[in-house]
Design a protein around this ligand. Structure first.
Ligand code: SF4
Length: 428
């Protein structure tokens, strides 16, 4: 039988889709060719915004309409956060944020018995990290999941309900997976989690312990951190991170807003001033680093003044890039009870303005790289003409006339910046 996996959302979901793929293959199923109807369709959903869960629901409805005999699995954050609603969508199997490694077995059981599985167990407090086997995602840079869950309860965010409490992966398993990935040629590994800054809270460790564990295998040449919550990083954490030579000097520090009043309503536990102090500490320890971020616009009650304050703060930090989101009401969160939602056209205009600011900052940062000597990890060759790759600071670099192949590390001098799209480098 042929399967297809459709993945929505974050890097953790992408990692878990790779684990599900392995589970399906272990059961003897094979991937469906592109544009062919699969016999088993697995939708690994996301529910961070209204739009993301709508996409998963629509896809499920389309598959059921076009291919009624297909076995359908709805997995991930949407059924975990909204199990009652998910059970009404007609999927054959619901899987929450856990047990994804069992998807192959569950599909086989359904095919054998015809019994639908429509309950999603809660993730109780005190649970430990769910062991998942290693899986090669087929990308140049390998993701390694080190943590699951979040207990911060920002007022707009459904994720604590979708992912449960903080569970941290033991250090030995992190090293073993880094080894596994490096044996498959991956020179860079990216540590991913739901709230990685909480790593170790449940097992008496800190994030730098996980980074050290990932750096241990000799053939891992770079370790990169995905998104971090800023206020949980202490000065001691930052000094310990700075001692790891393989750690990329790139920090994606979620800001959400540069207005103290908006942050307070969001139940974020830092002020813009505290955020700035953390950025200053990171820049003191990593003088050559890039800092990217996530920003939300149009949160409930965001006044014009607060929005402008946020814009000024973003400019003053000098981010090297970032993602801008418009606030989306998530049923079940504290903010969903508010009455002061921002009209869609105002939120759209703020999105346009903030995106413009981030694009300009990114272009400025790329320009600041001209003249620097950097190491590029080649991700692909577009043609015989050039190869594309990433420097540790997460800037894409194009190298013309290079013979370098995927996975090679190449030293270049950056000669040009093409806006905020990419830089051009020459091998040295
Ligand atoms: S830190 Fe806040 S925004 Fe991030 S996952 Fe946790 S509750 Fe959501």
């Amino acid at each position: 039988m042929k399967y297809a996996i459709y993945t929505f959302g974050c890097k953790v979901n992408q990692y878990e889709s790779a684990v599900m793929e392995k589970s399906l293959k272990d059961q003897g199923y094979t991937p469906a060719e592109e544009d062919c109807c699969p016999d088993i369709a697995v939708i690994n959903s996301c529910c961070v915004t209204e739009n993301s869960d709508k996409k998963a629901r629509r896809l499920l409805a389309r598959i059921k309409r076009d291919n009624p005999c297909c076995v359908t699995v709805l997995a991930g954050c949407y059924p975990q956060a909204y199990p009652g609603k998910a059970a009404l969508l007609g999927a054959d199997i619901l899987l929450g944020s856990e047990n994804k490694e069992k998807v192959g077995k569950l599909a086989a059981e359904f095919i054998e018995s015809g019994e639908r599985r429509l309950t999603v167990p809660d993730i109780p407090s005190g649970s430990s990290y769910e062991r998942l086997g290693s899986a090669d995602m087929g990308k140049t840079r390998a993701y390694i999941k080190i943590e699951d869950g979040c207990d911060r309860y920002c007022s707009y965010c459904i994720i604590p309900y979708a992912r449960g409490p903080v569970r941290s992966r033991p250090l030995k398993e992190i090293t073993a997976e880094a080894e596994f990935q490096s044996e498959r040629g991956h020179k860079e590994v990216i540590l991913v989690g739901i709230n990685m800054s909480c790593y170790g809270k449940d097992i008496g460790l800190r994030l730098p312990d996980a980074v050290h564990a990932a750096c241990l295998p000799e053939n891992v040449k770079r370790v990169r951190l995905s998104s971090l919550e800023p206020e949980l990083l202490t000065g001691e954490d930052i000094s310990r991170l700075a001692a790891e030579e393989k750690l990329c000097p790139h920090f994606h520090l979620s800001l959400q807003s540069g207005s103290a009043a908006t942050l307070k309503r969001m139940n974020r536990r830092y002020t813009p001033q505290q955020y700035r102090e953390i950025v200053d500490m990171i820049r003191a320890s990593f003088p050559d680093c890039a800092i990217t971020t996530d920003i939300m616009v149009g949160f409930a009650g965001e006044t014009e003044e607060e929005f402008l304050e946020s814009c000024e703060f973003v400019k003053s930090i000098g981010f090297s890039g970032g993602h801008v989101f418009t606030y989306s009401v998530r049923e079940g969160t504290a903010a969903a009870k508010r009455k002061d939602f921002i009209p869609a056209d105002v939120a759209a205009e703020r999105y346009r303005i903030m995106t413009g600011i981030i694009s300009q900052l990114k272009a400025d940062y790329y320009l600041s790289q001209v003249g620097n000597v950097r190491e590029v990890l080649i991700q692909r060759r577009e043609s015989n003409d050039y190869a594309n790759g990433l420097i540790p600071q997460y800037v894409p670099v194009r190298i013309y006339g290079s013979k370098a192949q995927k996975h090679d590390l190449v030293r270049v001098r950056i000669t040009l910046a093409c806006g905020g799209d990419h830089c051009v480098g020459v091998e040295i």
